[in-house]
Design a protein around this ligand. Structure first.
Ligand code: FES
Ligand code: FES
Length: 177
């Protein structure tokens, strides 16, 4: 199979990787560059575990060819806070929202991408933004509440959003995405 050398700015540092034409961005990150935070769950775009930011946009790295990322900026959970922890990470840790943690990198990146374009999302908008990220452990509502709290801490957020989350939790028992 044909190979190529690509360059990607990964979490602020330019990195080179030798990839095959059919390699995915996920394979390049994990297999060539040793960046293991993006997880391989389904490998076909269904679970969101492999989510990374490509030029700031949340993408499923199992569906992106590595060569498509050549010359572009890739952010994983290690770099999403720009040298410190992102508010979403801090709120998730403070609230102990994750259990096994397999979904955590993808969830955090999807949430960070949402807050970058919508600093004051409603609970419904958070749920929609995270809808493609599956979690087997949490029931989702603790994650939604952590994202809303992060929005408030970052200067966005809204009281209605928090109320909406509480209302939904009471109504649905927190089990639905
Ligand atoms: Fe990419 Fe599941 S591993 S979406
Ligand atoms: Fe286990 Fe989300 S914390 S899959």
């Amino acid at each position: 199979m044909k190979t190529a050398t690509i360059r990607m700015k990964v979490n602020g540092d330019w990195r080179r990787a030798e990839v095959r034409s059919g390699d995915t961005l996920l394979e390049a990150l994990r297999g060539r560059l040793g960046v293991h935070s993006p997880k391989e769950g389904c490998g076909r775009g269904d679970c969101g575990a492999c989510t990374v930011l490509l030029d700031g946009r949340a993408v499923r790295s199992c569906l992106v060819l590595a060569v498509e990322a050549d010359g572009r900026e890739v952010t994983t959970v290690e770099g999403v806070g720009g040298g410190k922890m992102h508010a979403v990470q801090e709120e998730c840790i403070a609230r102990n929202v994750f259990q096994c943690g397999f979904c955590a990198p993808g969830m955090i990146l999807a949430a960070a991408a949402l807050l970058a374009k919508n600093p004051a999302p409603t609970a419904k908008e958070v749920r929609e933004a995270l809808a493609g990220n599956l979690c087997r452990c949490t029931g989702y509502e603790p994650i939604v509440e952590a994202v809303l709290a992060a929005a408030k801490r970052m200067g966005g957020g809204r009281d209605e959003a928090t109320k909406d989350a509480k209302f939904a939790k009471g109504k649905k028992g927190g089990g639905k995405k």
